[in-house]
Ligand binder design. Structure first.
Ligand code: ADP
Length: 490
């Protein structure tokens, strides 16, 4: 029977190492707070290098047996984990909303989304095929087999506290790797709950280990993994600056890296687009999680012939959004994650206004709701001199840039070091062919704002990183290829 837990049973405040919940070696703790109210939720283990090392020791001890389990056994465990996540969707969703701030419907939606990766990789576990290479010489057989890469370190951000870590742990376990993980300091509780359910599902002791750290202690704890030659892979989702640091700092042990980093997604609306559909697509892609996603459109380019009409339509929809805490079922936009995040949004909007942007709607903090709220905002007449042009705002702000020609729009869209997602709306089939080919991005939405799916390869190019999560490619990052050459067969 799939057990349903109470919230209090799912809240874990210690590290999970070698199948046991243990405090940090030196007993340190840090506070996790509710971004809607600043209230304390829990004091969790603040781990250091010694805890990271203990997690690696446990993962190393568990690796030989785990990599030898039959793929169908690993698939069964993953399927049980999936069933537990789905059965506990409401309580996990509430926990996500509590520590991260997103509306309840989105919290529940994230649980389903994260769970879909677990189901996907349960299936993929049994499809790790190798090759028998066509014969080159009589008496010689050449083949390629795929093997688990070894211990995987997973480091995740706060914006999807469940989905980001699920889509790293699930393929790692499916491949036969063992895992050491560290969730973001703002949202460690969901990750710990998820790990508890994995244990309940039968993941053996030591196969999956999780430590929590404050921002400060993330550095020494993670550095221990970066320098430990037993850790063979780092999978990271977060900022480009930290991704580059992880690549540099781990270079001495030449680990395999998957880096899903920042974006600065363009969203282009051509004159020939279905404007209603474009507005609907922008609302979905931009305002999910209050604009705190790495595939959120950050720069919206609208062709001059439809600019004013699009701005007016969008302004109407955005001003109707209901802002409030997740505890209010009607809320569509929650608080931002922390004070640093709201300050950045306010800085971007203020800078744009002093440089000539025009407010269509919003443009201010909502202090009457609490210290972390910002009004959903549309700014017209944005230009490249503004901070929000080259930095990710990561909040509910849509800057509208006007353009005249297709080549101007494509050039502007690509004029960024990033290349994660890009979107465009057009009804001209030839333009669709040209523009989808020309956009420098790992993910392109064509007349569509909702792109995420466990069946699709998610990841970027340029300084948005490398590696792909989900799809039939998602396991490759956790496997290495061994070439076997057998001679003297005749
Ligand atoms: P964000 O700006 O969204 O917080 P970060 O890249 O700063 O993104 O953080 C993503 C994850 O990386 C978090 O788990 C965070 O604790 C971790 N992290 C941040 N800085 C470091 C660092 N110097 N060393 C190791 N981990 C880090």
């Amino acid at each position: 029977m799939t057990r349903i837990f109470e919230l209090s049973e799912l809240i874990r405040t210690d590290n999970f190492i070698g199948g046991r919940w243990v405090p940090a070696a030196d007993g340190a703790r840090f506070a996790v707070t509710d971004p809607a109210t600043d209230e304390l939720i829990a004091q969790v283990a603040d781990s250091g290098a010694a805890d990271a090392r203990a997690a690696t020791d446990a993962a190393a001890a568990a690796l030989p047996a785990w990599r030898e389990t039959l793929p169908k056994t690993r698939a069964e465990i993953l399927r049980r984990w999936h069933a537990l996540i789905v059965a506990n969707q409401d309580v996990l969703g509430a926990l996500i909303s509590r520590e991260q701030g997103k509306p309840l419907a989105e919290g529940r939606g994230e649980v389903a989304y994260g769970a879909s990766y677990v189901a996907w990789f349960a299936e993929e576990a049994t499809r790790i095929y190798g090759d028998l290479i066509p014969q080159q010489q009589r008496g010689k057989r050449m083949s390629a087999v795929k093997e688990p890469i070894g211990i995987v370190a997973a480091i995740t951000p706060w914006n999807f506290p469940l989905a980001m870590i699920a889509r790293k742990i699930a393929p790692a376990l499916a491949a036969g790797c063992t895992v050491v993980g560290k969730p973001a300091e703002d949202t460690p509780l969901t990750a710990s709950a998820l790990v508890m359910l994995a244990h309940e599902a039968g993941v053996p002791a030591g196969v999956l280990n999780l430590i929590t750290t404050s921002r400060e202690r993330a550095v020494p704890a993670v550095a221990d993994w970066l320098h430990d030659a037993r850790v063979r892979k780092i999978t990271f989702t977060g900022s480009t600056a930290v991704g580059k640091y992880l690549a540099r700092e781990s270079a001495d042990t030449l680990k395999k890296l998957s880096l899903e980093l920042g974006g600065n997604a363009p969203f282009i609306v051509f004159d020939d687009a279905d404007l209603e559909a474009a507005v609907a697509g922008l609302m979905v892609s931009k305002f999910r999680n209050g604009g705190q996603t790495c595939v959120c459109p950050n720069r919206v380019y609208v062709q001059s012939g439809v600019f004013e009409r699009f701005a007016a339509l969008l302004g109407e929809r955005v001003s109707a959004l209901k802002v409030g805490p997740a505890s209010d079922e009607r809320s569509q936009i929650g608080p931002m994650i922390n004070a640093r995040a709201v300050d950045k949004i306010a800085r971007h909007v203020d800078d744009a206004l002093t440089r000539g942007a025009r407010i269509v709607t919003g443009g201010k903090r909502l202090t009457e709701l609490g210290s972390h709220y910002y009004a959903p905002t549309v700014l017209a007449d944005a230009d490249p001199s503004m901070q929000l042009y080259c930095e990710e705002t990561f909040g509910p702000v849509v800057p509208l840039f006007r353009f005249e020609t297709e080549s101007e729009a494509v050039q502007a869209a690509n004029a960024t070091p990033y290349g994660l997602a890009a979107y465009f709306y057009s009804n001209d089939i030839k333009r669709i062919e040209r523009v989808s080919g020309a956009l420098e991005a790992g993910i392109v939405g064509i007349n569509e704002g909702a792109l995420s799916s466990e069946a699709a390869p998610f990841g970027g190019i340029k300084e948005s990183g490398y590696g792909r999560e989900g799809s039939k490619y998602g396991l490759d990052d956790y496997l290495s290829i061994k070439y076997l050459c057998q001679g003297n067969l005749q």
